[in-house]
Design a protein around this ligand. Structure first.
Ligand code: ARG
Length: 592
């Protein structure tokens, strides 16, 4: 239980004793830290509900909440706000509680939910580029957060691997290399031997072929028709196409695995649209049978519009008139699979905000079809774009799409340069310096992204992101490394942490008050699906710590008990920072 919840419980009882619903007793962190530590605003609303004077009610409540070990000062401000300051003893025991707990006082979710985080989502046959960055880093952060909070969490990359683009690539390849066995309808694996083991194309080939075929299909209806047919044949199990699909899949995934790995982004499952192929036909037939879906001009659709819609919501398309399945069909079947096979309670789709309409359609269809029972939560966690300084989507200097691997190189180089300018880490072996540059570069990239609210667009500003000053990943990493070095020096002097005492100076008090908010902050970040809440809090801890460290000279302190208490506060600060950075996907080097 946090100090804030202990106070809330006291106030809840006091309100109840006044005959007012206990829920008005909620205590929150003060918005005016110079006046108070916490506040309770319930008296105003409660007074209205029971028709009493708000200041009188606040006074009666305050009179009841008399716990001198916890509360140092209580006062009523304005029309009935209750301001609270806590005792040094309450603070020290709250920080001690964190220090003694390997979860830093953060409770495990009770009961845990099964949470599927759908993120990354690259299409097969495409190299990862800057457009995949946000899905990867936001999704990874949310996955880590929900997992830390004790939920059973499954990160699923959901590859785009079963739609029209694959049919288009098959056609393009056929036109370029018509003699490959994959296109021979009479090819018989039993008689002619298995299809070649080696892929006829590399990922670079595929990346080059894709724009070529989309242009051709747009210009020529016959080409488009062949691509549709190839998609249909693939989805219906034509062996040569399945063999080609496997090649496309393997060349794509091997590079994508490496790129995501370089970002320290790890998926639990590499499922994709194709994973649910066996569910597509039965799902569509059953929806037709139950009347949830209907035929319309040869296609099969689900009407998802509702009478109170402000904007018209088009129906969800389940099959084209040729019987082939679409992005929406595989997404609906994937909801079904996640409910059936994974027992998912919550699905978070970390996908560009521009796909909002698609998800609204899929989610509504899933409800209507009973694919997602009412207690399963489906949520599109949208994000904005990464822009350049002119507000245009971020591109290479030549105007092309920036590959993710190149972006990582870019931030790593910038980090190496910053480190050398600041003379940080230059005394260490080259391999370690390289490793630090990589970690700092990723911190710059990820924090630059995650410190913005996910739905806003942001400007990719390499100079600002990689600076060791200001609200940046490198600053936070450096703060944590500095704390590690303080603790190392203390250990070298034979000093260890001891019981936490009441704070000695306002800077220490401020740091302690900050630290004990950790459980609430993580709960809020999870509720809002908002890693920027974590980023903000990590920054606040780092700045509070640096003020504390300026005013308290830990290593030269003469009062041994005070010194030991400070060391526990320092260690708890470090553990909190390392945890928060880890939840953002950021590593802290041992030394810098
Ligand atoms: N492959 C999709 C795209 O590139 C993103 C997939 C997102 N996840 C999902 N379940 N639809 O736009």
């Amino acid at each position: 239980m946090t100090l804030r919840s202990t106070l809330s419980a006291l106030f809840a009882d006091a309100f109840a004793a006044e005959g007012v619903p206990a829920s008005y007793g909620e205590v929150v962190v003060s918005q005016r830290p110079e006046l108070a530590d916490f506040q309770c605003n319930g008296a105003l609303a409660a007074a209205k509900a029971v028709d009493r004077n708000p200041r009188d009610l606040a006074q009666s409540v305050v009179d009841r909440v008399d716990d001198p070990s916890l509360i140092a000062d209580r006062s009523i401000a304005g029309p009935g706000f209750i301001n609270l300051s806590v005792t040094g003893q309450a603070l020290s025991s709250a920080v001690q509680g964190m220090a003694d707990d390997d979860r830093l006082g953060v409770p495990l979710a009770q009961p845990p939910a099964t949470v599927v985080v759908d993120y990354g989502g690259p299409n097969m046959s495409k190299s990862l580029h800057v457009g995949h960055l946000r899905a990867a880093v936001i999704g990874e952060s949310l996955k880590r957060l929900f997992r830390f909070l004790g939920h059973r969490t499954i990160g699923d990359i959901h590859l785009g691997d079963w739609g029209m683009p694959i049919g288009q690539l098959i056609v393009e390849l056929q036109d370029r290399q018509p003699d490959l066995p994959y296109f021979d309808a009479d090819y018989d694996e039993a008689a002619d031997g298995p299809y070649p083991e080696e892929s006829p194309v590399t990922l670079d080939d595929l990346s080059e072929m894709y724009p070529a075929i989309t242009a051709r299909a747009a210009a020529d209806a016959a080409v488009a028709e062949r691509a549709r047919q190839a998609t249909f044949d693939l989805q219906n199990g034509r062996p040569g196409y399945l063999a080609l699909w496997q090649h496309f899949h393997d060349v794509s995934v091997s590079e994508q695995r490496k790129d995501f790995g370089d970002l320290d982004v790890e998926f639990d499952v590499w499922y994709g649209e194709s994973t649910v192929n066996d569910r597509l036909e039965p799902l569509v037939s059953s929806l037709l049978g139950s009347g949830v879906a209907r035929e319309s001009d040869g296609a099969i659709i689900v009407d998802v519009a509702q009478p109170d819609d402000k904007k018209e919501l088009p129906p969800l398309l389940l099959t084209r008139s040729d019987g082939s399945y679409l992005y929406s069909t595989t997404d609906l079947a994937t909801v079904d699979m996640r409910v059936d096979d994974m027992s998912a309670d919550l699905m978070l789709y970390v996908v560009d905000v521009r796909q909002g309409l698609h998800f609204e359609q899929v989610f509504r269809a899933a409800r209507k079809a009973g694919v997602a029972p009412d207690d399963v939560v489906l949520e599109h966690v949208g994000f904005g774009t990464v822009n350049d300084k002119h507000g245009k989507p971020f591109k290479t200097r030549e105007g092309g799409v920036l590959r993710l691997g190149d972006l990582i190189d870019l931030v790593t180089d910038a980090a190496a340069q910053r480190l050398s300018e600041a003379h940080i880490a230059e005394q260490y072996p080259q391999a370690e310096q390289d490793q630090i540059a990589r970690q700092v570069g990723l911190a710059a990239l990820k924090f630059g992204d995650l410190s913005n609210h996910r739905t806003s667009n942001y400007v990719f500003d390499l100079d600002r992101f990689s600076s060791f000053e200001g609200k940046t990943g490198p600053y936070l990493q450096y703060s944590a490394v500095r704390i590690k070095s303080i603790l190392r020096r203390a250990a070298d002097l034979g000093l260890t942490g001891g019981p936490v005492l009441a704070p000695s100076v306002p800077q220490e008090r401020a740091l302690m008050l900050r630290l004990i908010r950790l459980p609430d902050v993580l709960a809020r970040a999870a509720d809002l699906r908002a890693p920027n809440v974590i980023a903000e809090f990590a920054y606040d801890i780092a700045t509070d710590f640096s003020r504390f460290y300026e005013s308290c000279h830990i290593l030269s302190e003469e009062d041994a008990q005070r010194q030991a208490s400070w060391l526990t506060v320092v260690d708890t600060t470090l553990r909190s920072l390392v945890l928060l950075l880890d939840l953002l996907g950021i590593q802290v080097p041992e030394r810098m």
